[in-house]
Structures are given as structure tokens and as C-alpha cells.
Design a protein around this ligand. Sequence first.
Ligand SMILES: [Fe+2]
Ligand SMILES: [Fe+2]
Length: 204
Amino acid sequence: MTKHPSLVPDRAAIERRTVSYIRAEDATAEDVALLDEHWMSFRAGTADRVLAYLPLLRDSAEGERVDRYVHSLQTASRALRDGAEDELVVAALLHDVGDLLAPDNHSEFAASLLQPYVSRTTHWIVKHHGIFQSYYFLHHKGKDRNLRDQFRGHPAFEKTVEFCAKWDQASFDPSYDTLPLETFEPIVRRVFGRAPWSAEGPPL
Ligand SMILES: [Fe+2]
Ligand SMILES: [Fe+2]
């Protein structure tokens, strides 16, 4: 199939060209236009990079009966089988993607990754899932398991409880029929292929 040339940037040709400056203060309009061209070409590969990164979660913290990669796939499998919309399936797939690089604020990491492409509600769910998920653990450390209660009344509160109860906390099962990453590829491409929200903020 012949692809429309305007939709398929000639990456090799683009990469042969570089800006004229070595200090940004000397940039010209042509330089900025060239960088925009590079940027659009690079940005089009975001879904590919996300998909390539996910299997690295196999090397996250150990101790669970499934690794973080399987946990992520299983969380997304449950979301998909429950008929969740695209962005919630992707949220389920990526909710722990920050475990490797941001172990102390992994929820915010994943939320930031998704923010330009999803609703405020989905962003809020991912950003707060760590606190809501702690409901299942904190009391065993003598702490208050109800930290989530500080958000009671928020429009996304119940959906976040549900995200954790139905999908996240239930997805540590080695015997579950977890779907492979290939199942989620088109969904990830659809969500990351959306036009990112503009300066006015994300859609409701
Ligand atoms: Fe998490
Ligand atoms: Fe999780």
C-alpha cells in the first residue's frame, strides 16, 4: 500500500539536517521550523516507545507472585474484559509504569505520561491509585488504611475505588488468563494518537 508522503515523515532525511546554532539564543526561524519537523516525527513514535518500555517492568521490585509486567497486563486484561473505554484500559496497562524510574511517586509518573491524551477523570484515577491501593496494605503496618477518605466527595472518588478493587488489587494472580501485550497495541496507539490537549487543559 502506498502511504501518503505527508503522513510518513522521511526520518532519515530529517535526521541528516541539523540547526545552525550551538547556543539557543542564536536560533533562527529556519532552525525552529526544522526542530518542529523533527519533533513531529519523533512524537509520532510515542506509542512505540511506551510499548517497547513496558516489558522492562519485569525487572521491578520482587516478592509478588507475578512480576510488574504481568501485573500490568493482567490489570489491563480485566479492564478490557469489563468493557472499559480505551483510555481506562491504557490507564490500567500503564498505571505502574513509573515503578522503575519513580518508585516513590510512581502514580504521578504514570499520570503525567497519560495526561495529554485522557480525560481529567482518568488522569485523576491514575494519579491517586497509589493512595487508594494502600487501602489493601497499610493496616498491616499499623497505619491508617483509609487515606483515600481525604478525597471522599471528589467526582472521581468512586471510580478510583473501583479501579483498584476490580482491576489493580485483583491482578497478582499467576493462574489468571492474562492477555499479551499485542492485544493492547492498537488501543495504546489509538490513545497516544489523539491530539494532545491544548493550553486550555484536558477534556472533561
Ligand atoms: Fe501502583
Ligand atoms: Fe498496580
